[in-house]
Design a binder for this molecule. Structure first.
Ligand code: DGY
Length: 353
């Protein structure tokens, strides 16, 4: 996709009336050029081109990023485009120095960022809210269907030559039609999933959030805000689509699984830390819940000896919700615009706080 095409679709994805600041073609004098560190050299070239028209781009070379390289190269920079899920905290801000003006993550989640420290130092922080809704929703629907219809187990049956389809009740799964789908978190990603699921003739949507969404959105998705216990008890599918915060950490534990239907399917595209993974393992192993589809887990990468890998009723993906060329390019461009705007003292496209 051309740069023009990608850039022109960004406001569509993010803020409908936002005019993107296409960089001027007059190069600033060398002395006016500010320094921007990009922590991963594999970021799409479009983002590097945007930044380097007006500023000096410093690239880290190591993939995966090495903290020592970032700490060395961030000294004296004015902006940082942070392209990994590692801790972004006072250590980095101190190493960069007092001239630092802005940081943007190339991610939507900012659970790896010490946001309070940014606020304390009044350093603007950007992220890429909205850019990955479609891509993550696609993966969520994929996981939901795969877990409901036992895709992983089916593959294992084939590999071990254990076909038993002469038994009429062999490999029965869960229907999506007429199902109640419960969302833990009902922001942009969850609503995009609900939009896709409406095509599967589901019965209704329940959601648990701190604040109620607008009536218009509730009507659009036939959605109703409920207490967490009701969500657990009434949902046929439970989808975790919330960021990881102090409030959401470990909320899906043995007590929560005990309140779910034993036919329920759990999907997690938020963050692994929202789930107590040992408790999830027990719930799946003992068929307290039917199955799970996870794009996120703890830790990442998941160790090869993790017990989850021994279960037939869990479908795992290695945190690839946003992993399409188009989405990752959008995310990088939004992050680059956040930096450009921050350096210009303007509001970012996607401020993280
Ligand atoms: C995000 O951006 O937070 C997604 O988890 C993809 O990394």
């Amino acid at each position: 996709m051309s740069l023009h095409k990608v850039c022109s679709s960004v406001p569509h994805l993010l803020l409908s009336n936002t005019k993107l600041p296409f960089p001027s073609f007059e190069m600033p004098a060398e002395s006016e050029r500010l320094k921007v560190l990009v922590t991963n050299p594999e970021i799409p070239q479009e983002a590097i081109d945007l930044l380097s028209r007006d500023h000096e781009v410093i690239l880290c070379h190591n993939v995966p990023s090495q903290r020592s390289e970032i700490l060395e190269k961030c000294k004296g920079v004015h902006g940082i485009l942070w392209v990994n899920h590692r801790s972004l905290n006072a250590e980095i801000l101190d190493a960069a120095g007092p001239q630092l003006q802005v940081i943007s993550t190339r991610s939507t989640g900012i659970d790896n960022v010490d946001v309070e420290e940014f606020k304390r130092r009044k350093i603007p922080l950007g992220n890429t809210l909205g850019a990955l809704n479609d891509a993550v929703a696609d993966v969520a629907v994929g996981l939901l269907l795969a877990a409901a219809r036992r895709f992983h187990e089916g593959r294992l049956k084939i590999e071990t030559n254990n076909w038993e389809n002469y038994h009429l009740n062999w490999m029965l799964g869960q229907d999506l039609r007429d199902a109640v789908v419960g969302f833990f978190g009902f922001g942009g990603i969850a609503q995009t999933i609900a939009k896709r699921l409406s095509g599967f003739d589901i019965d209704s949507v329940l959601y648990t959030t701190r604040r109620r969404v607008s009536e218009e959105i509730e009507q659009k998705y036939n959605a109703k805000k409920v207490e967490f216990d009701t969500l657990l008890a009434q949902s046929d599918f439970v989808i975790i689509a919330t960021p990881l915060t102090n409030e959401t950490t470990g909320v899906f534990n043995a007590t929560a699984f005990g309140k779910m239907k034993n036919t329920a399917v759990l999907v997690n595209i938020g963050r692994g830390g929202v789930v107590n993974q040992q408790d999830l393992y027990e719930a799946l192993k003992t068929n307290q819940i039917f199955s799970a589809g996870l794009d996120v887990m703890t830790p990442e990468p998941l160790p090869l000896n993790d017990p989850l890998l021994s279960l037939p009723n869990v479908v795992l993906m290695p945190h690839v919700g946003s992993a399409t060329t188009r989405t990752r390019t959008h995310m990088a461009i939004i992050a680059a615009h956040n930096i450009l705007r921050g350096l210009a003292g303007e509001p970012m496209l996607s401020p993280a706080y």
